[in-house]
Design a protein around this ligand. Sequence first.
Ligand SMILES: Nc1ncnc2c1ncn2[C@@H]1O[C@H](COP(=O)(O)OP(=O)(O)OP(=O)(O)O)[C@@H](O)[C@H]1O
Length: 224
Amino acid sequence: MIEIKNLNHGILNIDRATVPEGITAVIGRNGSGKSTLLKIISGIKIPDSGSISIEGKNPRELDTGYVSEYPDDNSIFGVVYDEIASSLRFKHADCSETERRVKEISYLFDISHLLKREMRTLSGGEKVMVALASACADNPSLLVIDEPDSHLDRGSAEVFSENVLNTGSRHIIVCTHNMETASKAGNLIFLESGRIKYQGAPGEIFEKYLKSTCFYPPLWRILK
Ligand SMILES: Nc1ncnc2c1ncn2[C@@H]1O[C@H](COP(=O)(O)OP(=O)(O)OP(=O)(O)O)[C@@H](O)[C@H]1O
């Protein structure tokens, strides 16, 4: 469980919120504070005031995988293999175990053919897939992903839904402008001007509060 109390940071102003385990999608208009919230949950930013705890711990005490919305912000190393292996190497994992895991996760993410490539030569979507594989390689207990789908084609978006969202991380927080992705989460947070306006099961939030807005999943209008 993630507990937020009296959080103030930039546009964010959240008195009290409890985020359950599982997959949470964060949605809202441009500039509503989604990325800021994700950076605070992942421990990248320390809030100006207030507190956030995850399973009773400070975010920086958790093993976390974070994927930025900007593909070029995600990589440290020059070659794809080294990038995906980095979290395992930082933990001094055994070389053969590192190699096994890099190959396994690359296969799952359908990027085995990229392992020897230089990061700078990849497309935006390829960089996102490498960043997702790298973030998931060490099975983090918290996975925070900022707008993965804006760079992904349909096939890669499916790989994302099937593999990233089923990594087994205890908490997965995904910010997205894709309402079909959001509708598949277990929990939905709707941010407005830095405040949590709605939170709950996507079915309930979309039907009850967002039906007449552009946030309602387009597919639902056809199917329902
Ligand atoms: N470092 C910063 N300095 C000043 N203002 C900032 C900074 N970072 C973000 N902001 C402002 O805070 C607000 C929230 O930004 P944030 O990136 O969290 O929004 P967002 O909901 O993720 O937007 P988008 O959907 O466009 O990515 C915006 O008005 C933004 O301009």
